[in-house]
Design a protein around this ligand. Structure first.
Ligand code: NAI
Ligand code: MG
Length: 500
């Protein structure tokens, strides 16, 4: 028998450990919280200054990854909405509609530049307040927000080219209500084209993610934009409703749930108000057997797990051609297992925190429902942090077209996988949805792409890619996904009357 000394045994143990310890991971790479300054309390940004809420009430905004309170923000009442609308009206009549268009453009350019200068801080705050990975807020949300301001700044003095042989007239005061999934980006989508076309603004961010909009208010104040041209007020549904019902607002622009979209539609019926609604979605992402499978799998992962699936255009329904379904599911399972779920401030994180307890409960409701409906659930085996709101990347196979997880918006990292045999079948199934916001097609054949995009009822269709955005490209939906377009030239027309 060979004699094994203590030293040798230890060395052997180490070798064995090294050989079998495959549970390695990246070293933590957290972005620094200290690069962002957040006040302990925020008032309402009205008429170029900060005003206390008339009710004296404030509510907390928390970090959903830790449940820690980040700040308290003012709860705007009807009286405060009145003040903000009056400030916007005065600024419109006395100043903004009269100044030369190129001057408007200069202010918008300045705001774009200032967003770039403060990009790091804005990204950190977006991640702290909403739970999204820093990689996304840093590489997508903040730069795309700046790009929207740049793009629309360029249009401000060229509206005669945007609408040849027509004269444009601003609508007046725009009331803009935005959701929590892309807080700064949605503010940019809404404020930039409104200002470029000569309108003034009252904007309300969502109650769980108000901080980057309030930072934007600071930027706007520093930019010397005339007082009242942009007012940013915080509050929940009641504040939004007071804006919708305010008689001196000319245009309501809303992004959020279909349910609230319907309430808004009813509230403004019979008034002179114009409206743009950007609502929910249940995008079909379709993989044909001739598609480059690995690229498609990566696109599907990005399409549904990007931003925890808190995306109205998320590719939440996957249709796979029957001949490749086994291969695609195997590859998806492998890939899901490698996704890093955890601290949103860590630069390696793929999936951050769910935005709120309420949204997590909604997602859990659908996970239960999917199982009850007979679908098979598969989730990553990753560990979840003990504090905060988390959901593992999840997928359902054996999903029926009629099941609720294939029909309703879940708004979380949950993919429903269905199969098809022919083009006609998949078009029929993809269009069989109350929504029509976006879709994706994966195939090697250009002709198939054109055939599909012509026949599918979705506002945006990506081919061999997913979730690509650009300020020059219009975005918006059909059916219960709303109407009106944001982005591009179409986004300008939402804020003007065309004359002549
Ligand atoms: P929501 O539609 O209630 O909130 C969106 C915005 O509308 C927030 O600023 C909110 O304060 C405001 N609001 C709420 N009630 C209002 C009212 N009666 N009048 C005017 N404004 C009002 O969305 P919520 O409850 O946060 O999310 C629920 C579901 O909505 C999600 O599970 C998801 O399915 C969907 N959703 C879709 C979004 C999209 O981008 N299309 C964004 C956020 C949510
Ligand atoms: Mg928050």
């Amino acid at each position: 028998m060979p004699v094994v000394t203590k030293k040798k045994a230890a060395a052997k143990k180490n070798v064995i450990k090294l050989k079998f310890d495959t549970n390695w991971s990246y070293a933590p790479a957290p972005e620094s919280k200290s690069a962002a300054s957040i006040n302990s309390q925020y008032d309402l940004f009205i008429n170029g200054g900060w005003q206390k809420p008339s009710s004296k009430k404030y509510f907390n905004t928390i970090n959903p990854a830790t449940e820690e309170t980040l700040s308290e923000v003012a709860d705007a009442s009807e009286t405060d909405v009145n003040k903000a609308v009056t400030a916007a009206r005065n600024a419109y009549e006395k100043y903004w509609k009269k100044i030369p268009a190129k001057e408007r453009g200069k202010y918008i350019f300045r705001i774009a530049r200032m967003i770039q200068e403060k990009a790091r801080e804005l990204a950190i705050i977006e991640t702290l307040d909403g739970g999204k990975p820093i990689r996304e807020s840093r590489d997508f949300d903040v730069p795309t927000a700046a790009n929207h301001f740049f793009y629309y700044a360029g249009w401000a003095d060229k509206l005669e080219y945007a609408f040849p042989n027509r004269r444009t007239e601003p609508l007046g005061v725009a009331g803009q209500i935005i959701p929590w999934n892309f807080p700064l980006l949605m503010a940019a989508w809404k404020i930039a084209p409104a200002l470029a076309t000569g309108n003034t603004v009252v904007l309300k961010p969502a109650e769980t993610t108000p901080l980057t909009a309030l930072k934007l208010a600071e930027i706007i104040q520093e930019s010397d934009l005339p007082p009242g041209v942009v007012n940013i007020i915080t509050g929940a549904g009641a504040t939004g409703a007071a804006m919708v019902n305010h008689p001196d607002i000319n245009k309501i622009v809303f992004t959020g749930s279909t349910e609230v979209g319907k309430i808004i539609q009813r509230a403004i019926a019979g008034t002179n108000k114009k409206v743009t609604l950007e609502l929910g979605g249940k995008a079909a992402n379709i993989i044909f057997e001739d598609a480059p499978i690995d690229q498609a799998v990566e696109g599907v992962i990005n399409g549904i797990y990007f931003n925890q699936g808190h995306v109205c255009c998320a590719g939440s329904r996957l249709y796979v051609q029957e001949s490749i379904v086994k291969e695609v599911i195997r590859k998806l399972k492998d890939r899901i297992e490698t996704l890093i779920v955890g601290d949103p401030l860590d630069k390696n994180t793929d999936i951050g925190a769910i935005n709120s307890q309420q949204q997590l409960e909604t997602i859990h409701k659908y996970l239960k429902l999917g199982k009850q409906e007979g679908a098979e659930m598969y989730e990553s085996s990753c560990r979840l942090p003990s504090k905060g709101f988390w959901c593992r990347p999840t997928m359902f196979t054996n999903v029926a077209q009629s099941s609720r997880i294939a029909q309703e918006e879940i708004f979380g990292p949950v993919l429903s996988i269905l199969t098809f045999r022919t083009d006609d079948e998949v078009i029929e199934k993809a269009n069989n949805s109350p929504y029509g916001l976006s879709a994706g097609v994966w195939t090697d054949k250009g002709s198939k792409i054109f055939n599909m995009t012509k026949r599918m009822r979705a506002g945006v269709i990506w081919a061999n890619t997913f979730n690509k955005f650009d300020p020059t490209s219009p975005f918006g939906g059909y059916k219960e996904s709303g109407f009106g377009r944001e982005g591009g030239l179409h986004g300008l027309s939402a804020y003007v009357n065309l004359i002549g």
